[in-house]
Design a protein around this ligand. Structure first.
Ligand SMILES: Nc1ncnc2c1ncn2[C@@H]1O[C@H](COP(=O)(O)OP(=O)(O)OP(=O)(O)O)[C@@H](O)[C@H]1O
Ligand SMILES: O=P(O)(O)OC[C@H]1O[C@H](OP(=O)(O)OP(=O)(O)O)[C@H](O)[C@@H]1O
Length: 440
């Protein structure tokens, strides 16, 4: 099972890490950042990631891919060369041949499967790598050069103070037995008694991202859209959990259903309309003044201008202020009510709530890593448990299949999907919890 490496493994320190997000170019950032963290504190990451040591030789990176759209491509080319890589056995994936730098794709992951991402076979790919002591020092010095995090002793977590994300964020924390206690209801600071030395600061989502960048917060929960817009691709921000399961929406271009747009149904068609000239460019209203222009430029729009507003952007075309809008959509009701439509190829990004940390805090502060681990484990436990029930029953049966067949023929349990192993119990999809009485 353990393929012979093409390069002899050096006498090395071995690293392990987990990339909890991989989005296009962020992939390299994750790998690099996390490698660095490992270099800083190997023991912590081992615990953090539940990674097992393999044959005393190497440890695994595990990359859970959650959204097919990102088509994650991983590269280790940023690592200092030469970088010795070798195949490692993994229960999660078939072997992957690994040259010094490499890329791979992972099979698409459906919406329905997303929450189970740590459990499925297609969701993860494990690779292992070993780096020499010298490479370790190089990586470490490349990220620890520059400014250090401030001298403050507490750890700061930013949570949305208002808007759509606020209540759902508190609900998620509550579901994870992390109760946010206001010291004073009129203050923006709070605490979570279960997490020692943690200060919660309530801020507008965009300010959470800004304060992460400035080093005034260590961790934050925001929508991926806000992270992308205000994070400006800054490599100091790391998404440590990319799918918290709420705040789901997409950032999308919309145009009127009527007039000159009546027969326009794709971004390509929109770009090719003869109406747009230097004198009369396509006018787009958006609150996303970083992502908007970038997206339009990447999609070949040369004659385009942008205007901004703080809300109710859907009114802009009817008011004659804009030709198109670029805004968040979830149910699509607001677009419909305003006679607007989305178009093929017009989605800039899919968003939901994410947990963000600053790379500097993670690298330089052990207590931040500890708290991050604690929060992440609670989130994962909660999110993975969603829709899962355990049925405990005394049943006769000569095999797991026979018991499963019996469970599924019970009218009261109809609709269950069994995804189990027996010997101890049967794990199923949505189901009642049976604790006593036999199902015979
Ligand atoms: N229609 C929607 N459905 C689901 N989630 C949404 C929707 N609109 C926005 N969101 C998510 O909620 C986040 C917060 O949006 P919201 O407009 O409520 O607050 P905000 O960021 O405080 O806005 P602003 O500061 O511009 O007033 C967005 O960044 C996005 O991630
Ligand atoms: O697709 P839908 O479910 O209709 O949701 C989309 C709307 O939700 C958001 O606005 P929000 O309600 O937060 O108000 P805002 O326009 O003041 O930002 C977004 O800006 C859209 O206008």
């Amino acid at each position: 099972m353990f393929a012979k490496p093409s390069l002899a493994p050096p006498a090395t320190v071995h690293f392990a890490g987990i990339a909890t997000h991989l989005r296009n170019n962020d992939a390299m950032l994750s790998v690099h950042s996390l490698l660095t963290i490992i270099a800083t504190d190997l023991a912590w990451l081992l615990k953090f990631n539940h990674i097992s040591h393999s044959s005393g030789l190497s440890l695994s990176f595990i990359f859970p891919f959650t959204q097919a759209k990102y088509q994650p491509v991983m590269s280790l080319s940023r690592l200092q060369q030469p970088c010795y890589l070798q195949q490692c056995p993994s229960p999660l994936s078939p072997s992957i041949p690994l040259p010094c730098s490499f890329s791979f794709r992972v099979s698409p992951y459906s919406q329905r499967q997303r929450r189970l991402r740590f459990g499925g076979h297609t969701s993860s790919v494990a690779v292992c790598c070993s780096l020499s002591q010298q490479q370790q020092s190089q990586i470490l010095s490349s990220v620890t050069n520059g400014s250090t995090v401030s001298d403050r002793k507490e750890i700061r977590l930013g949570l949305p103070s208002k808007g759509r994300m606020a209540a759902d964020t508190l609900d998620l924390l509550k579901d994870c037995q992390l109760s946010v206690k206001h010291v004073n209801p009129r203050q923006y600071v709070a605490e979570i008694p279960q997490l020692t030395n943690l200060e919660v600061w309530f801020q507008r989502p965009k300010d959470i991202v800004r304060k992460l960048l400035s080093g005034d917060l260590d961790l934050g929960i925001v929508g991926f859209d806000t992270f992308s817009e205000f994070g400006l691709g800054n490599e100091d921000l790391i998404i440590v959990h990319d799918a918290l399961g709420y705040g789901e929406c997409r950032l999308s271009i919309a145009i009127p259903k009527y007039g000159i747009f009546e027969n326009i149904n794709s971004l390509r068609e929109l770009a090719q309309m003869p109406q747009w000239t230097t004198e009369k460019p396509l006018r787009v209203a958006t609150g996303f003044s970083h992502l908007g222009p970038k997206f339009m430029k990447d999609n070949g729009f040369t004659h385009v201008t942008f205007s901004t507003a703080d809300g109710a952007l859907e009114a802009a075309p009817a008011m004659g202020i804009a030709d198109a809008i670029l805004d968040l959509v979830s149910s699509g009701t607001t677009l419909k009510e305003n006679n607007l439509k989305e178009i093929e190829g017009g989605v800039v990004l899919e968003s939901q709530a994410v947990l963000v940390a600053t790379r500097k805090s993670l690298i330089q502060r052990e207590d931040v890593r500890g708290i991050t681990k604690e929060i992440l484990e609670r989130f994962e436990a909660h999110l993975r448990a969603g829709g899962q029930f355990t049925v405990t029953a005394n049943m006769r049966g000569s095999s797991s299949e026979e018991v499963a067949a019996r469970v599924l023929t019970q009218p009261s349990l109809s609709g269950l999907q069994v995804s189990f192993s027996l010997g101890g119990g049967v794990g199923v999809g949505p189901a009642p919890h049976l604790t006593r009485g036999g199902l015979n």
